[in-house]
Design a protein around this ligand. Structure first.
Ligand code: ACM
Length: 755
């Protein structure tokens, strides 16, 4: 029967019988329905795009952009646009089938050897249909880049009926912890657009920096947009930059960095051309230190102003929500933003807001009494409601992080009244279930779970050379892809409240455009597919094939991305990660003492002497590294006196075995390329340099590691506390990252993919 229908359709299309969806059509996100036929459609050197006369200006505008782009990208071709479909090679007309087949954003696209037809119900639908045509052409056409060769362009013979699964397909970027230029944001918008994502959630403010110009409050973008460069968490150097920018040890401040209102409007306009809405977020009343540093009169401690935060985590310094002037401050800020951002929603954060300062503040105490509240969290809900009423005067509704309904003591009735959309991160799924039960819409952006997650700034592997950052290396591309945003057990009545998915990107540990892209890509594309394609259409292996093909597009677009998970990825062997003569110092942070490393046979001397400092010496030959103490041939004890067994200088190790099970505590360093390295049973056939540092109990680490000198231009002191073994590796192995996963330094700072 199926075969018969396919034959019938093929006959109607005037073609050979269809193959069922062929192995490969390079369309991501995967469309709802695709039939692929034999043959190809060669685009004539000169052809016309015709928009049905019944369709209006907006579709003509869409088609005009498409035609202009083809004329730039398809060298040697001449494409023209007309407002009728009479002789057009590509005919664009109103969709006349069952509306729900294509919905608000979908389209029907039929490519035959002698012409193309595209139909949809909305401007967005036409846009996405035209985008699919571009995506099936060579990568430079999808990117809108000029073509360099006079070549033939062809499409596969296909019949596609497509539609988006979720209305909201978002990407959040934190520009507070690390500032990204408008150009980089546009570059991310470009890649979002190609993969049919439609909301850019702009996390404009946080404790560590205020990034949106607010004319009524200029100090927000002087004081609030600047921070000192000291930083106390496990950040590290990337190339010439600390995550703060100019460098924690240069004495320079970070900033002031912010977007002018004009720049924000520019981003909105750029996004709109790609059918992307911009959702601005002002995180409040918590994560508000940058604002409190600028206008301490609105905090709970006006006489003790905070500085723009240089720590990570959660600050107790929050807005005084019981002070009418402070609430007015928040409202005025939002008023200016409501004017800049046309999207009918505005995000006011609401995550991770400690109530400690409210509890000891007399205004808050009075307000609690006045409202008859017993839980200080409810003060936050009252604040949200006030803000909700305020933005409603601009025709807007709120987005809030899930704490607004999941934090103990939140006033759920009041939250229901706001009609806010709940952005669910932690607990994501139960937060979403609760939102749905309350009749509120939910966006799924799982922070981390055993089945994957959408916090795409998190470390995606424990591979050598993986940049440091949040997470444990288990937020893999596959986990991200396979994460199920709406589990099967969500009742149908509630499932309709799950209106979207979002890739969320925090930047505490991300210091450059390159790392943003490397961590975000392709996980953002995994989220894009989850946003567009129905669950049953998703297939990891198929996605891998398509993404592998899209390396061409990503390379051409100048994107950095993780390719380590791809089938065809070839592990590279990188050269010496630590320069000859670098000194590494270990200081025990616990009651236990660091232990020595190995004897000169390469066997770990578990009960050996304490050692505090090592010189890492590169061997002459790639693939061999020496590890020696800084007193020739000796381990050092804690007092710095040489003791223990001698290490024979020049005895390059070719195999190291560390057995954690017999050790109560030790530090182990291994720099070995092309070696077999084993830690406990976690054997890795390392084809690359590795370093391990372990503490005593359960792999918990407690070492303070100072890279106290490094002759290759790295600043003299790098300190990182409480590092995980991987973190220690990252610190010391940092120069490896220059070449890891296809990242290559070219022209100083410019990073390109090495294929
Ligand atoms: C969040 O990650 N604090 C929303």
């Amino acid at each position: 029967m199926k075969h018969f229908i396919l034959c019938l359709m093929a006959a109607m299309l005037g073609m050979l019988p269809a193959k069922a969806e062929k192995e490969f059509v390079n369309l991501t996100p995967r469309p709802k329905n695709v039939l692929v036929y034999d043959g190809r459609c060669t685009l004539p050197a000169s052809f016309t795009v015709g928009v049905d006369a019944a369709l209006g200006d907006t579709v003509m505008e869409e088609a005009q952009r498409f035609v202009d782009l083809l004329n730039v990208s398809m060298k040697g071709h001449n494409v023209s646009l007309v407002h009728n479909t009479d002789d057009a090679f590509l005919k664009i007309s109103q969709y006349t089938g069952v509306a729900s087949n294509v919905g608000n954003e979908g389209y029907r696209l039929v490519v035959k050897a002698d012409g193309i037809t595209l139909s949809a119900l909305t401007q967005k639908g036409f846009y996405y249909g035209l985008l699919s045509i571009r995506k099936m052409l060579p990568a430079h056409v999808a990117l809108g880049l000029p073509g360099t060769e006079d070549t033939e362009y062809f499409l596969p013979i296909v019949s596609i009926t497509d539609n988006a699964r979720f209305a909201y397909r978002g990407f959040m970027l934190d520009v507070s912890r690390h500032f990204f230029t408008v150009d980089e944001i546009k570059k991310m918008l470009d890649i979002m657009a190609i993969y049919k994502m439609n909301v850019f959630h702009w996390h404009l403010t946080d404790d560590q920096g205020w990034r949106a110009e607010i004319k009524q409050y200029p100090k927000l973008t002087t004081t609030g947009a600047t921070r000192s460069n000291s930083w106390n968490t496990d950040i590290y150097l990337v190339d010439d930059y600390w995550w703060t920018g100019e460098g924690a040890y240069t004495g320079k401040t970070y900033g002031p960095y912010f977007y002018t209102q004009e720049e924000m409007r520019e981003v909105v306009e750029y996004a709109a051309e790609r059918h992307i809405d911009v959702l601005p977020e002002v995180d409040m009343p918590g994560h508000f230190v940058a604002a409190m540093a600028s206008y301490p009169e609105y905090s709970c401690t006006p006489n003790n102003p905070p500085s723009v935060w240089t720590n990570g985590g959660i600050s107790s310094n929050v807005l005084n929500v019981a002070d009418p002037k402070a609430v007015e401050f928040a409202k005025n800020i939002l008023s200016e933003l409501c004017d800049i951002f046309p999207y009918p929603y505005i995000h006011i954060g609401g995550d991770e807001c400690p109530t400690d300062q409210w509890k000891s503040n007399s205004l808050c105490q009075e307000r609690m009494k006045e409202l008859g509240l017993t839980n200080y969290r409810a003060l936050q809900t009252h604040f949200i409601k006030e803000i909700s009423d305020h933005v409603a005067t601009y025709g807007k509704k709120l987005f809030c992080w899930n704490e607004s309904i999941t934090a103990d003591g939140a006033d759920l009735d009041l939250m229901k009244e706001t009609g806010a959309t709940i952005m669910c991160w932690s607990p994501c799924q139960s937060g979403a279930a609760k939102a749905a039960e309350m009749g509120l819409n939910a966006i799924i952006t799982e922070y981390h779970s055993s089945t994957g997650g959408y916090y795409i700034n998190r470390r995606q592997s424990n591979d050598y050379g993986e940049p440091t950052g949040a997470g444990y290396g288990d937020d893999t591309v596959e986990g991200c892809y396979n994460y199920v945003p709406v589990p099967d057990n969500v009742p149908t009545a509630y499932a309709k409240r799950y209106i979207g998915v979002q890739g969320t990107f925090w930047t505490e540990h991300v210091s450059s455009d390159e790392y943003l892209e490397y961590l975000a890509l392709p996980r953002l594309i995994c989220v894009a597919e989850a946003g567009w394609s129905t669950q049953s259409r998703k297939n990891w292996s198929d996605f891998k094939t398509r993404m592998t093909a899209d390396t061409e597009l990503l390379d051409l677009g100048g994107y950095i991305y993780g390719r380590h998970w791809m089938d065809d990825y070839i592990h590279r062997v990188y050269k010496n990660p630590i320069s000859d003569g670098a000194v590494v110092k270990f200081t025990n942070q616990s009651t236990d003492r660091p232990r020595c490393l190995a004897d000169n046979n390469g066997t770990l001397n578990g009960q050996g002497d304490a050692c505090t400092e090592w010189t890492l010496k590169a061997a002459e030959k790639e693939g061999e590294y020496y590890i020696v103490s800084n007193v020739s041939g000796k381990y050092l004890n804690a007092a710095g006196t040489a003791s223990g067994s001698a290490v024979t200088l020049g005895a390059a190790k070719t195999a190291w075995t560390f057995d954690e099970t017999t050790m109560s505590g030790y530090v182990a360093i291994c720099l070995a390329a092309n070696q077999n390295v084993a830690v406990n049973n976690n054997v890795s056939n390392a084809t690359h340099a590795r370093l391990f540092a372990h503490g005593t109990s359960n792999g918990a680490s407690f070492w303070k590691v100072d890279l106290i000198s490094a002759p290759d231009g790295i600043p003299a002191v790098t300190t990182a506390n409480s590092l995980t073994p991987q973190g220690v590796y990252d610190l010391l192995g940092r120069p490896v990252r220059r070449n890891a996963h296809g990242m290559k330094i070219v022209d100083g700072k410019k990073v390109l993919n090495a294929r």
